[in-house]
Write a protein of this length. Structure first.
Length: 159
């Protein structure tokens, strides 16, 4: 097992344009029956998107603290297939499927091994501190499109 540092949480990893963030389901994530509460999947997707975009080159904190802006969710669609349960090890898989001047669409899913638990499609918009849409930094757009290109190449190589 590779450990980068004992005090640094995992950012997951990028492979062929997809981001993988493994997590464990804890008691706090579940309802009285030990099943993940439905809204928690949005939290998992948020963490995974943050890590994926950061690994692609987006410095969220510098943009926020520098007054440039931040991302907000403007659309979310989730489909629940199977429940995750207390103690499960799952992986949040994220893939950029659209990058525009001021927004991105991320396709995300929660997997337990080969089993699809939840599928989601999330649109985030980049907004100025006052809340108005604003162009994402050009370097971020280029980096995101580069990652999208790797996803397309990865899909082509598996066909």
């Amino acid at each position: 097992m590779d450990i980068v540092s004992p005090d640094v949480p995992s950012s997951g990893f990028l492979r062929a344009g997809e981001h993988y963030l493994p997590i464990r389901i804890y008691y706090e994530d579940t309802d009285a029956g030990g099943v993940v509460y439905h809204a928690n999947y949005l939290r998992y997707f948020e963490r995974a998107r943050w890590e994926m975009l950061a690994l692609c080159g987006a410095d969220h904190l510098a943009a926020l603290h520098g007054g440039e802006g931040s991302y907000v969710v403007v659309e979310a669609t989730l489909r629940y297939e199977k429940p995750a349960r207390l103690g499960d090890r799952v992986t949040i898989v994220s893939r950029l499927i659209e990058v525009r001047a001021s927004s991105c669409v991320v396709q995300q899913k929660v997997m337990r091994g080969d089993a699809l638990l939840v599928a989601g499609r999330i649109r985030v918009a980049f907004v100025a501190p006052g809340g108005k849409p604003r162009r994402q930094p050009a370097a971020w757009i280029a980096a995101f499109r580069n990652v999208m290109g790797r996803a397309e190449m990865g899909a082509a190589s598996t066909e």
